[in-house]
Design a binder for this molecule. Sequence first.
Ligand code: PEP
Ligand code: MG
Length: 929
Amino acid sequence: MTDHASTTTYVYSFKEGNGKNKKLLGGKGANLCEMTQIGINVPPGFVISTEACLSYLDTHNHDLPSDLMEQVRKQITALEKTTGKGFGDAENMLLLSVRSGSALSMPGMMDTILNLGLNSKTLPGLIKQTGNERFAWDAYRRFIQLFGKVALGISDEKFDKPFDLIKKREGLTEDTELSADHFREISDIFLEVIRNETGKPFPEDVYEQLQLSIKAVFNSWMGKRAIDYRREFKITTDMANGTAVNIQTMVFGNMGDDCATGVGFTRNPGTGENVMFGEFLINAQGEDVVAGIRTPKPVHELEQDMPQMYRELVALRDRLEGHYREVQDYEYTIEKGVLFCLQTRDGKMNAAARVRTSLEMANEELITRDQALLRVDPEELEQLLHPRLDPESKQMPIAQGLPASPGAASGQIVFDADRAELSRDDGIEVILVREETKPEDIHGFFAAEGVLTSRGGKTSHAAVVARGMGKPCVAGAEGIEVDVEKHMARIGDTVLHEGDMITIDGANGNVYLGEIDTVPPRFSDELRTLLSWADEIAELKIMSNADTIDSATQASDYGAMGIGLCRTERMFNAQDRLPLVIDMILAKDKLDRQEALDRLRPIQRGDFKDLFKVMSPRPVTIRLLDPPIHEFLPSEKQLEHEIEHLQHLKDTVEGVNDLMNTMQLLRREADAKELPKPFAPGGRELVDAAIAKKQQMLLKVRELFEVNPMLGHRGVRLGITYPEIYEMQVRAVLEAAAECSKEGFDVQPEIMVPQVCTGQELLWVKNIVDQVRIDIEAKYDTKLKFKFGSMIEVVRACMRAGRLAEIADFFSFGTNDLTQSSFSFSREDAENKFLPLYEENNILEDNPFETLDVKGVGRLMDITVKWGRKTNPDLKVGICGEQGGHPESIRFCHRIGLNYVSCSAPRVPIARLAAAQAKLTEKDYLTDL
Ligand code: PEP
Ligand code: MG
């Protein structure tokens, strides 16, 4: 026994417990205290604190604190006084319910024990008192069963089996058809089960029953189910530590037709509508509603069945919401015309309902606008922005991967991007299935409804690109073997062929065979209004990463305040540009390259004009070319294969040609009509040219080979070695700006340089920009207004922030690369090889490519902002890495004084809300920098 126990209060009656102290009393217990104290009719009772639970679990032999039962006895005596009944009294017995309850609701962690206090002596009293033998025996067998299961750890089936046997013997299907005699027989059998399983008789002593039940509730805190639940939902000891035990007088909804039991929500949790919502059952016990043994009736029918009770229930609902200022999920029982509230808690609801109730409760002045913004989890909004699988569908998945980009889509399987595009042109909806994707697959992304890969993590190329486009993606579905060559995939014994229909759900990573209906997203007027409130509060601006007119339009619709990152290489990859880009790469000399660039420029200019117009008058940040140029070429292996294939085809066709010629010679003069030749005139030359081009590409691929391309010839390094590429891009941006201005659009271009390490690099590009500016201003006879800035994605750039800020108008943290360079982790390798293990073992709390690593990368960012603003106080600073759309990262970005975050279009609403919350909670944000 613990010796400090005698000084501690472990037990609180509902009349005295602090309703705000959920940590101590658990959510359920605290609310029971609060309801009691504001005068709601709650069956009297008391709470044993979580402190008692922790003290119990702390002892070696699991001893209750020394005077706990003493304190419990005192409370029982008080209960006896209040109710006029006696605990264990054979004539006028006090019966109790025993329930667990921690600070956070953990549904299903432990079952409730009802009717505690029944034994062979009190049972006859109950029969006499109620005049209802069937009711009393049913109560008794329920108690033995629940006590046996929960307090004594006997498995369900030991009770269910004999119960079912009796029903079978009698030819009955429903429990309600069983008589008092049946329940008596069942009770006897159950008592026998207990004796057999534990070697001891069922405890007749009511205090022994209570003590065993309290211990069982405490033990359940460390049960596997509860531990798994806490791990799954990341419930730390800070959030909930130990469970309380709620001991409450029983009230009965099953004593006759003037009794009922029900559950309710103060508003409709499916839609948020402000109406009575819930179900009830006449003459039933609470668990009957939950267990679905009988079909409950909708609450509005109570108005006909028990008009007075309905009026009281409406009043209870108003009272609860008025007090808690939150939608409540409550349980009640009507015992012989008296309404009791058994518990209440904050209601869980879907995102649409949460948004609507936030707005309406604020408009009703039940809560403030700030509270309305804080009560919606930004991540939940995701549900509202993507099509979802029809919740009615019960189909089982055939495989599972990572939920890499939310939304659901169905389509026919295709195994390569070209096929995706051809199918789309034929009006067929497809899902692109690959082992993993590469930049050259980009047109496949455009064409497909969704993407499924068998390798890669949540920040793999497929995931990042799909998220950027707002398309569903399931990544790393390792159970799928993809064989691109044979155009098939295998999942266990199932073989999938091109054209087979599948459905993917990017919200949970499930893959299904066949088509499943989806329900469209709802960007409701309520959400629009709520987010407009968020914009008024937030200090951070929310920009979007967008490279196409579609994603820019979506971003604009979702309230983006500009484009924070346009990756121009994505434009290079589109089908009509790629051949030009390849010509540029294959160019023999500068002149040759310039010729290809001259053909690309008008196309880029057109793209930029489209983006500027959609976003006008908001800023559009164009990043100059970043990836190593070999990424625009097929791989060495693929080229070798294609050349061999073409060569083979050519030989075959030539062979057929020869054969035809021979046959021609053998034919009789009379019918000497020419036989068809497989090679049309000029065909051979075309194939030769194709082979030659592929051979040239192969040579180039070998020439461009790099050991470590991500640290190699890319970004500004590329721009310095091939200045004509950046020159073309800058010219296209500024021409587009000048032309848009002439057409009356207010445009704000921002030119951004990737991978900068030194001030000299930035100056080099700045010189190109200055020269082009002079040209364009003269050509269009206009003054151009635009900004010039640097990506910060290299550690050295952080260290040289002061110098870079003398040259740049703005910085944008590319935290994808900055995370890689800070950790010296290659993202793909880390996610494929060791990051999951790191997370599992708490070596890293989170994947730093998803959640900004505040302690390391964040520290670098903080220093960079400070040093940058020292030399350039007007420096605008933002973030455009993947983490920019993550609420926790946004909180940090607000904290270090960034001006904006830029994220993929579908995350813009989430980021807008998160930015407002960051402002509203800035005082509670504790991070040592
Ligand atoms: C980054 O590195 O964070 C970034 C935005 O650039 P990319 O992802 O294109 O490398
Ligand atoms: Mg980068």
